[in-house]
Design a protein around this ligand. Structure first.
Ligand SMILES: [Fe+2]
Ligand SMILES: [Fe+2]
Length: 184
C-alpha cells in the first residue's frame, strides 16, 4: 500500500486523527452509558469504537511508507454529559463524515488515482452511514428512557462494517467471511 500525492496523504492523516479520536470518545461514552443503566448502548459504543479502530488502522497502513512526524488537524467532538447528548455528539460526528468529509476525501483519492486511499475511504464511508443510523436509533430509545436490545453486534475487522443480529454470511462491503467478524 502506498500514496503518491500530498493532498490525499494529508486527508489520510486527518482521517486517521479523526478516527483515532472517535475510537477513544466512544470508549469513554461507552463507559458512561454502561454506568448509567444503559448497558446495551454502552456495548454499541464499544463495538463502534472497534470499527473506528479498523478505519484508523487502514488509513495508517496506506501511509506506512510515509515515514516521519506530522501535526494532524482533525475533526473532534467534545463533551460527556448525559446519554442523549453523548449520542447527539456521536450522530453529529458520523453525519459530518458521511455528508462532508469522506465524500470529499473519496473523490480526491479517485481524482488522484490513489487506489489504496480510495478503498480505505470507501470502507469508512459505508460503515459511518450505518453508525449514524444505529446511534440515531439508540438516541430515540434513550430519549424514552429505554436501552436498545441485547442482540449481538458484529464488526468486520477489515472494513468496519457494523450490524446488529445475524443477517449476513459475508461482509457486504468488503467480502470478508463473517467468521472473522468481532462480536460484542
Ligand atoms: Fe463511525
Ligand atoms: Fe468488511
Amino acid at each position: 500500500m502506498a500514496v503518491n500525492n500530498a493532498m490525499t496523504a494529508d486527508f489520510l492523516r486527518s482521517a486517521y486523527g479523526g478516527e483515532s479520536m472517535a475510537h477513544m470518545r466512544y470508549l469513554i461514552w461507552g463507559d458512561a452509558a454502561a454506568g448509567s443503566n444503559f448497558p446495551n448502548i454502552g456495548r454499541l459504543f464499544k463495538a463502534v469504537a472497534y470499527a473506528e479502530w479498523a478505519h484508523a488502522k487502514n488509513h495508517f497502513n496506506v501511509l506506512k511508507e510515509q515515514v516521519g512526524d506530522s501535526t494532524v488537524t482533525a475533526g473532534a467532538v467534545f463533551g460527556n454529559t448525559d446519554i442523549v447528548q453523548n449520542l447527539q455528539g456521536a450522530i453529529d460526528g458520523e453525519l459530518h463524515e458521511v455528508n462532508q468529509m469522506y465524500p470529499v476525501y473519496l473523490e480526491t483519492a479517485r481524482f488522484q488515482q490513489e487506489k489504496d486511499a480510495e478503498k480505505s475511504f470507501h470502507f469508512a464511508l459505508e460503515a459511518e452511514k450505518i453508525h449514524a443510523k444505529l446511534f440515531q436509533d439508540a438516541q430515540n430509545a434513550a430519549k424514552g428512557g429505554q436501552d436498545i436490545g441485547s442482540e449481538t453486534i458484529y464488526i468486520c475487522p477489515v472494513c468496519g462494517y457494523t450490524e446488529i443480529g445475524d443477517n449476513v454470511e459475508k461482509c457486504p462491503v468488503c467480502g470478508a467471511d463473517k467468521k472473522i467478524f468481532k462480536s460484542y
